[in-house]
Design a protein around this ligand. Structure first.
Ligand code: MTE
Ligand code: MO
Length: 199
């Protein structure tokens, strides 16, 4: 069983669980305001530098899980396709393209934002957004789109699945009590990216 599952990390698929998804044949298209749109195969993604972020996924529904997420930095994809000067936002599309969510380019380029394919060294299962997902520890978890198939560069934000249903586009993490999935206990967490780790 995966570590995320062993810890009983919640599994959110608002659009319905996609069933098993595999790295084989998986592609992530990077398009929109780019010079040379490209569909990256999983092998091409694995060939890019592997980046890690020891960080938390924190849900607006008040739980937070910490681990070492592994994957690729979006800038390594953007260097291949070349961003147009007008690009200001990055829109992520999940498998079947029902779930989307957009973040500012500036947040996409931050150190701990990843397209993640691992958690604590294990490949992400489809339950948790495998084969590859957005991971944006700076904002509420709904900005971390699971099972990403498309990354679109835009010159504005557009409301995604939860944003059209009332969640804020800014998605700033607010202070408050949060269930710490790692510790199986409730903790007070500060606002902004949750950098308070526990043993
Ligand atoms: N495709 C898709 N991505 C999604 C969601 C979803 O329902 N569908 N839920 C989001 C929300 S609200 C959170 S908190 C995290 C939860 O990630 P997990 O299900 O892997 O724990 O995924 C985000 N990405
Ligand atoms: Mo969430």
């Amino acid at each position: 069983m995966s570590k995320l599952k062993t810890m009983h990390t919640p599994i959110f698929w608002a659009e319905g669980h996609p069933g098993p998804l595999s790295r084989k044949g998986w592609e992530v298209s990077v398009d929109g305001l780019v010079e040379k749109p490209k569909a990256f195969s999983f092998a091409e993604l694995l060939a890019l530098p592997r980046r890690t972020a020891d960080a938390r996924l924190t849900s607006v529904t008040r739980w937070s899980v910490r681990g070492v997420w592994g994957g690729v930095h979006l800038n390594d994809l953007f260097e291949v396709v070349g961003l147009k000067a007008e690009a200001t936002h990055v829109n992520f599309y999940s498998y079947r393209q029902i779930y989307t969510t957009a973040i500012p380019l500036e947040v996409a380029l931050r150190e701990r934002t990843l397209l993640a394919y691992e958690f604590d060294g294990e490949p992400l299962t489809s339950d948790y957004g495998g084969p590859i997902r957005g991971f944006v520890p700076y904002l509420w978890g709904y900005k971390s789109a699971k099972s990403v198939v498309r990354v679109e560069l835009l010159d504005r934000s557009i409301p995604g699945y939860w944003e059209t249903r009332g969640y804020s586009d800014e998605a700033q993490i607010e202070p408050g009590r949060v269930h710490d999935v790692n510790k199986h206990s409730w903790r007070q967490m500060p606002g902004g990216e949750v950098r308070e780790f526990v043993d």
